[in-house]
Design a binder for this molecule. Structure first.
Ligand SMILES: C[S@@+](CC[C@H](N)C(=O)[O-])C[C@H]1O[C@@H](n2cnc3c(N)ncnc32)[C@H](O)[C@@H]1O
Length: 256
């Protein structure tokens, strides 16, 4: 029987190019904000780690602001795309590492910055992965988290998680703002900045990127088209089932 990481592999390994070309992943105000957070540090980080780098868009944004950046992912084909793209862009300070975020192959306190974007909702044990992130960060190291935040209202939350899972079985859960704040607090970090932006997910591109099987695509359409008004308004569901979610960024610092 497969475990969850096998599902992550089976979903992402064949889709590295689609993630490199994805407009939602390649651009966004969150990438600019992430870069500004790092550029604004009093000292340039010597070592940075991007957890669940995917096709590398956060890594490419941060690499110019740090001495060395390790882009880490479970998927070897994502890492191959990152290696090629970084070389093509002249980002010679970027290395790749195949690993599971729940078991980081690094000594304690070996990074100045740990970042992650649009990956945490795939992690089977968020608390364990964040404890690992904290373990490899040096005292007063910085943590940057970007992910879709789950809506506060249970009705919207249930619909969002349901369509995400139907689209992609490697989806675990979008956490709410309150859950993220608790996780960041539990690892002892101090929140320095929180920002949120609406992200429109164009329906056809969203399901094609993951090659969602047709019966699942139909199920998502039915769910969204039959959803109550609160859900359709809250997720800004459009006629073609495109919808809008909340990309959220948290910038935090570990204690001394
Ligand atoms: C949507 S992509 C990330 C996008 C990317 N960070 C960006 O900025 O464009 C999600 C990535 O998380 C990775 N991932 C999911 N679970 C993981 C785990 N347990 N360990 C390592 N990588 C994981 C997947 O392999 C996938 O490449």
């Amino acid at each position: 029987m497969n475990n969850h990481l096998d599902t992550v592999h089976s979903r992402f390994d064949p889709r590295a190019r689609a993630y490199l070309d994805s407009a939602v992943h390649a651009a966004g105000a969150d990438l600019q904000c992430a870069r500004e957070c790092v550029a604004g540090l009093p000292a340039r980080p010597a070592r940075a780690l991007d957890l669940g780098c995917g096709a590398g868009h956060l890594a490419y944004a941060l690499a110019p602001e740090v001495e060395q950046l390790v882009a880490l992912d479970a998927s070897a084909s994502m890492l191959e795309v990152v290696r090629e793209t970084a070389e093509g862009r002249g980002l010679h300070n970027l290395q790749v590492q195949a690993a599971d975020v729940h078991r980081l192959p690094y000594a304690n306190a070996s990074f100045d910055l740990v970042a992650t974007r649009y990956s945490a909702h795939h992690w089977s044990d968020l608390e364990l992965a964040m404890a690992e992130a904290r373990r490899v960060l040096r005292p007063r190291g910085h943590l940057l988290v970007i992910d879709i935040a789950a809506p506060q209202q249970a009705l919207l939350d249930t619909h969002l998680q349901a369509i995400e899972l139907l689209r992609d079985t490697s989806h675990v859960r979008n956490r709410s703002r309150a859950q993220w704040l608790r996780v960041l607090q539990d690892i002892g970090s101090e929140l320095l900045l929180e920002r949120q932006w609406p992200t429109r997910l164009q329906f056809d591109a969203w399901v094609q990127r993951m090659q969602t099987p047709q019966p699942m695509v139909e199920a998502i359409r039915r769910l969204l088209q039959g959803a109550p008004r609160e859900v359709r308004e809250g997720l800004q569901v459009e006629a073609d089932c495109s919808f809008t979610a909340a990309t959220t960024l948290w910038w935090a610092r570990c204690p001394a």
